[in-house]
Design a protein around this ligand. Structure first.
Ligand SMILES: *[C@@H]1O[C@H](CO)[C@@H](O)[C@H](O)[C@H]1NC(C)=O
Length: 461
């Protein structure tokens, strides 16, 4: 019998908007179920994207033992929201709708040992969990390096003209890597950071989808008390790899990959919420052709999938589509990234460095050519480079700052796909990832430590 089984632990999970946030929450839920925890999932209605609602449905059918509690968001008064990004508006709507969570959590039976919620909800949830004496944890859905920056942010913001964030224990984060919205005052994203960053010490703990072999520096700094005084313990339970319930039909893509030689295909995807400009999309297409490599390219035209309406011919251009025939496969729907990265034919990944993508590439040992677009992605790209998992090109800038030319894209892709050194280092990261979840690995040790803590706290109430 495992510790959790003996203790009948009951944990509720509260994710926030976007697949990038939802995915690690559902993987953590699956892991907790595997360890015999009783799990309640608080599901938000409505979701921003269709992918999210489909994903939650698939999860709930795969795990009938998980209870669902529905949480209905109040409509958001848009004029006061200081953002037009649908996912940020989703965060804000959840923050402002938090009140009904109180009776909802209080009514759960048996009483909760912990609530694990999203980082974007800290200020709204802490007063509720404090009043109800429920231990509060966040699942931080990005890198430990980003968590360090988030926890340090209020200190950085008061020295806002520094050319880098010099966080104790960490390689400095240059100003150019900091999410651009955080350098402009008074927008929704920056306001959430400002309000929530000083409150991290009020949490009982932070759960993170990372591991020593990928982020030794940041994890040591965080848990060594260097980053900010009074931070709670950071439980690195990663890598949380893709689960069975996430599988989507992708027979055509896998069949195509089956016909390609080992390590010959570059997989290109910028995640679930990056819409590329038409100009940049066409340059990427030209770059892929110039690279001479085979490719599997996921094209995305709109931030939110509900709005995708145009066909590939319109988005990519008919001529380019003709030219890609034979060398590559271009798709425009949600793909089973885990299955693609696992395929023996895939030898490299052009990625925006969203954290889930980085973790999945690490899990499968696929080298990354990072091309960060928004938010935390340059900070994650620094992790990719420092760990040896891949490379990134700083001069390409943020999305929409410049249109990177096909010639250069093709050259860098060739460089990544041809690098024996990168391949070896990425294979080393994969080995570390497997060790972390193996017998006696850090994932299990940290999870047991978390279970012990949940048990102790509950006895103290
Ligand atoms: C391709 O990879 C597979 C699986 O890793 C391996 O079994 C096979 O021998 C490889 N083929 C060649 C030609 O190297």
């Amino acid at each position: 019998m495992s510790i959790s089984e003996a203790l009948h632990l009951h944990v509720a999970l509260l994710p926030s908007a976007g697949m990038g946030h939802l995915t690690p929450f559902l993987r953590l839920a699956a892991l907790l179920v595997h360890h015999h925890c009783r799990v309640t999932l608080v599901t938000t209605h409505p979701t921003v994207s269709l992918s999210e609602s489909h994903f939650v449905s698939r999860f709930l059918s795969a795990f009938p033992q998980v209870s669902e509690v529905q949480f209905h968001l109040l409509p958001l008064e848009l004029s006061s929201a200081k953002s037009t990004d649908p996912f940020f508006l989703g965060f804000e709507a959840t923050r402002r709708s938090a009140h009904p969570l109180s009776p909802l959590l209080a009514s759960l039976s048996p009483p909760l040992h912990a609530l694990v919620f999203d980082v974007t909800l800290i200020s709204s949830v802490i007063p509720i969990t404090e009043a109800l004496h429920i231990p509060s944890y966040i699942l931080f859905t990005s890198s430990a390096r980003m968590l360090s920056f988030f926890s340090y942010f209020h200190t950085f913001a008061s020295n806002a003209n520094d050319d880098s964030a010099k966080i104790p224990g960490l390689t400095p984060i240059p100003r150019s890597s900091i999410p651009p919205l955080l350098l402009i005052s008074d927008n929704l994203f920056a306001n959430i950071f400002k309000e929530d960053s000083p409150k991290v010490p009020k949490l009982n703990g932070v759960v993170i989808n990372s591991f020593e072999g990928l982020e030794a520096e940041s994890l040591e700094a965080l848990n060594g008390g260097k980053v900010v005084e009074g931070l709670p313990f950071v439980f690195a339970v990663g890598p949380l790899a893709a689960c069975e319930f996430e599988r989507v039909e992708c027979g055509d893509q896998l069949k195509w990959l089956d016909d390609q030689p080992n390590g010959s295909v570059v997989y290109v995807s910028f995640g679930s919420r990056t819409a590329m400009s038409r100009d940049q999309t066409r340059e990427i297409g030209n770059g892929l052709i110039k690279s001479g490599c085979r490719f599997l390219w996921v094209v995305k035209d709109k931030k939110v999938d509900k709005e995708e309406e145009e066909g590939l011919d319109e988005v990519v251009g008919r001529e380019l589509m003709e030219n890609t025939k034979g060398k590559g496969l271009v798709v425009k729907n949600w793909v089973d990234q885990g299955e693609i990265l696992r395929h023996r034919a895939v030898g490299g990944f052009v990625s925006h460095c969203g954290w889930n993508s980085v973790i999945e590439a690490a899990w499968h040992g696929v080298p990354i050519l990072g091309w960060p677009q928004h938010g935390d992605q340059k900070i994650n790209a620094e992790v990719v480079e420092m760990s040896g998992l891949g490379m990134w090109v700083r001069s390409w800038g943020w999305a929409e700052q410049v249109v990177v030319k096909g010639e250069e894209i093709g050259e860098r892709i060739r460089e990544m796909m041809g690098s024996e050194l990168l391949r070896r280092k990425a294979a080393g990261v994969k080995e570390e990832a497997r060790k972390a979840v193996g017998d006696g690995g850090s994932c299990g040790i940290n999870l047991m430590r978390l279970f012990e803590e949940w048990k102790m706290r509950n006895m103290n109430i």
